[in-house]
Design a binder for this molecule. Sequence first.
Ligand SMILES: NC(=O)c1ccc[n+]([C@@H]2O[C@H](COP(=O)([O-])OP(=O)(O)OC[C@H]3O[C@@H](n4cnc5c(N)ncnc54)[C@H](OP(=O)(O)O)[C@@H]3O)[C@@H](O)[C@H]2O)c1
Length: 380
Amino acid sequence: MHTPMPLLPRTPNVAVVGATGAVGREMLRVLEDRAFPIGRLRLFASARSAGADLPFCGTRVPVVALPAEPDRAVFEDTDLVLLAVSADLSRTLVPLARSAGAVVVDNSSAFRQDPACPLVIPEVNGAVLDALAGPAIIANPNCSTIIALVAVTPIHRAAGIERMVVSTYQAVSGAGAEAMAELESQARDFAAGRAITPQVFRTQCLFNVFSHDSTIGPDGLNEEERKLLLETRRIWDDPAVRIAATCVRVPVLRAHSEAINLTLRRPMLADEARDLLARSPGVRVVDDRAQNRFPEPIHASGADDVLVGRVREDRSQPHGLGLDLFVSGDQLRKGAALNAVQIAEWLAAGGQAAGDQDAGGTEAATTAATPPSARRAAAR
Ligand SMILES: NC(=O)c1ccc[n+]([C@@H]2O[C@H](COP(=O)([O-])OP(=O)(O)OC[C@H]3O[C@@H](n4cnc5c(N)ncnc54)[C@H](OP(=O)(O)O)[C@@H]3O)[C@@H](O)[C@H]2O)c1
């Protein structure tokens, strides 16, 4: 059997670029929570953050301002670069990191459709990492795609998904730290009776629901909807799968939710799907019809698992060929930082990391609804 060589040393020198942002800060929490072994950690952000420092493993790490015209010296002696910046900045930095010999995991959309850069969700297609050699660039998929595919890929493997209709309910923090601060400040303004003035979004986000804030193409799809389509096809290596998406923002601080309707090639009933999901890595079934308790973003916030519930047959389709689900997943964590760190763990281990084979199981009806870590995360 072919055993891949680890692409990273046992204690890699790590750089997090965009460390002060919503994803970057979560990256530090995930690295710390998972005790990811690090030789030397360097944090980069813009000149706005010069002089700042961020907490990590009981100490504070200084944030270095990235030069206006960075060169490869920035990544000298760095094994792993975790990028959490805009797509434009990623396009500038990736060639520099590559020429310095570093492995890059990029959270932006810049390289997601580049055939030379694998687009990876470890629970779904992590095995493609085993074929990599040298200073590889790995693209982290879009957050809505990750959350949907962690939930539905086990069903796809067992019954073949022919068509998927996704309606998203996306948290404001998907648009970054400033957007999260905007919802908080609008709540304070409302409580104080002050006028609400949108700045990050084009419209008020408090008490409102609006179409996703990305560009709309000539076909009427916004960028988020297009990413769900193109990235799912690439990750499943299935250019025929049909996907219809409607992506919307809701006034939630963090964790995206998605209503998903599936058309299957082979029949699968709801009970079978629920049992399968309870055994699937990265998934926690929350499906308590008696208590009307199902996935909620506030319970997904800060959690590693994608919560899946409302599992039911879609009786508008031929018997057994239609399923409905509702999922909530923390898009800063599994939708970005955690997925990136899991990729790094896979590369460091030279194969799948043991913890990532664990299924979240089915949440007992008696389990406290919100674990303390989720309550802390929801408030951050
Ligand atoms: N938010 C999500 O849920 C999510 C999920 C998946 C993927 N992503 C992707 O992840 C990336 C980061 O998103 P985010 O939400 O974390 O954004 P964010 O909160 O706005 O953070 C952006 C980060 O980039 C830094 N930055 C900006 N300009 C820079 C420059 N010229 N040089 C160096 N650093 C610079 C910022 O530093 P300062 O603080 O100094 O300005 C900050 O650390 C984006 O590509 C986004 O599409 C986001």
